[in-house]
Write a protein that binds this ligand. Structure first.
Ligand SMILES: Nc1ncnc2c1ncn2[C@@H]1O[C@H](COP(=O)(O)OP(=O)(O)OP(=O)(O)O)[C@@H](O)[C@H]1O
Length: 246
């Protein structure tokens, strides 16, 4: 069986400035991968390359066993971007409309069937925002908006969720609830790739950790990451190390 994500020897530069050098990593179905690294270490760039939003200068990327530039099963992927988190998007749509958009890939932009609408309502229930269905998405709090985007991914029946610092600007209580939701989605078989600054959040739940600073300092299971020196090496001695178990 092929990997959900297969990145091989990827390098990428913005002009002359290298952002990624010879990065290889794979993500298997059902895995929870935490992607960490200091500011400017290339995490968002790697996620964008993984999703085919940038082409690498060198190396290859496959999604669900297909070269990413030929991959056209967009509904299999739910992406919550950093921008979506902090700005809430610009679309003056309601939460229900946003979540129903998750069904568009399945119906080719035709009319949604009753079954499609039901799936969208169920997704709203799953993330516990059915009561907000008629509100405009850009009027929600950060945490509520996150849930709306997750609901859209659930409605689309995505089997890979890619999230870029999804709890920036979200209060601590909503953040815990949000991560519990992610855990239960992962338990139900959805593959998760999560960029998160709080290393404790990652080591608490990820199966695997990729620790990046232009090159990969670690890619492997969370236990071996915690026991390794990858964190201090990638962050440097002056970096902010949130959790370092020894
Ligand atoms: N569009 C761009 N043009 C030029 N340089 C860029 C661009 N986007 C990112 N960079 C640079 O590439 C490097 C990697 O950026 P990237 O956003 O991937 O890092 P990151 O690990 O996600 O950072 P953060 O944790 O701060 O969000 C940084 O040095 C950044 O300044």
């Amino acid at each position: 069986m092929s990997s959900v994500v297969d990145i091989q020897n990827v390098s990428f530069a913005y002009g002359e400035k290298p952002a990624l050098e010879d990065v290889s990593l794979t993500v298997e179905a059902g895995d929870f991968l935490g992607l960490i690294g200091p500011n400017g270490s290339g995490k968002t760039t790697l996620l964008h390359i993984m999703l085919g939003l940038h082409s690498p200068d060198e190396g290859s990327v496959e999604l669900f066993g297909e070269p990413v530039d030929e991959f056209d099963d967009g509904e299999r992927i739910g992406y919550v971007s950093q921008q979506a988190t902090s700005q809430g998007g610009t679309m003056p749509v309601t939460v229900r409309e946003c979540v129903r958009m998750g069904r568009f890939a399945h119906v080719g932009h035709g009319r949604l069937s009753d079954a499609d609408k039901r799936i969208a309502e169920e997704a709203l229930e799953t993330v516990d925002i059915a009561n907000l269905a008629d509100q405009r998405i850009n009027q929600l709090s950060g945490g509520q908006r996150q849930r709306a985007y997750i609901a859209r991914a659930i409605a689309s029946e995505a089997d890979l969720l890619a999230l870029d610092e999804p709890t920036v600007g979200v209060d601590a209580e909503s953040r815990d609830a949000f991560y519990q939701l992610l855990d239960s989605l992962n338990d139900s078989g959805i593959t998760i790739v999560l960029i998160e600054h709080d290393i404790g959040v990652v080591t608490d739940r990820a199966d695997h950790v990729a620790c990046l600073n232009t090159t990969l300092y670690h890619h492997g299971d969370t236990e071996s990451f915690v026991e390794s020196d990858a964190l201090s090496e990638a962050y440097g001695t002056t970096g902010t190390v949130v959790h370092h178990h020894h």
